[in-house]
Design a protein around this ligand. Structure first.
Ligand code: ASC
Length: 150
């Protein structure tokens, strides 16, 4: 009887744990996913930065395309910070889970800045891109400083 109860309890615990993990088979998959999405975002963000800083010639179409991708990517990593994803091949700091409200605020801020950058990149001139790029980069840095190990 005790064994059956234990099995039932274990099955229930598993069921309860499913929603949080539903999108990823294991924590390691979530870690890989969020790193990949940050990486793709950083690649396209870097191309915008090169234009904003004059390292690459301004190209309105490229700016618009890159900003669209950055905005899309900025929405993805957050679902991959679920339970058990604090350990493994990650530079994520424990503060992400300990100060989750603060982390969410920073993540929301970053997404808002990327949405603004997306609008600015579609204006069609480099001045608009430059004006939005700085605050967007600052929103990346806030998270790196507070929530990422070097
Ligand atoms: C980038 C990039 C980041 C941010 C950050 C801004 O180009 O890949 O993560 O800018 O370095 O401080």
């Amino acid at each position: 009887m005790k064994t059956i109860l234990n099995l039932l309890a274990a099955a229930m615990a598993l069921t309860l744990a499913v929603p949080a993990q539903a999108q990823f088979a294991k924590p390691d998959d979530a870690i890989k996913y969020r790193k990949a999405s940050f990486n793709v975002m950083a690649t396209h963000f870097g191309r915008l930065g090169a234009m904003a800083n004059g390292r690459l010639p301004y190209d309105a179409k490229a700016a618009a395309d890159n900003a669209e991708l950055v905005t899309t990517m900025s929405k993805l990593p957050w679902a991959a910070f679920g339970e058990g994803t604090d350990k493994g091949e990650t530079r994520a700091k424990p503060e992400i889970w300990k100060e989750s409200a603060k982390y969410k605020e920073a993540a929301d801020k970053m997404q808002a800045e990327m949405a603004k950058l997306n609008v600015a990149a579609k204006v069609g001139n480099v001045e608009a891109l430059k004006a939005a790029f700085g605050p967007a980069a600052a929103s990346c840095k806030t998270c790196h400083d507070n929530f990422r190990k070097d």
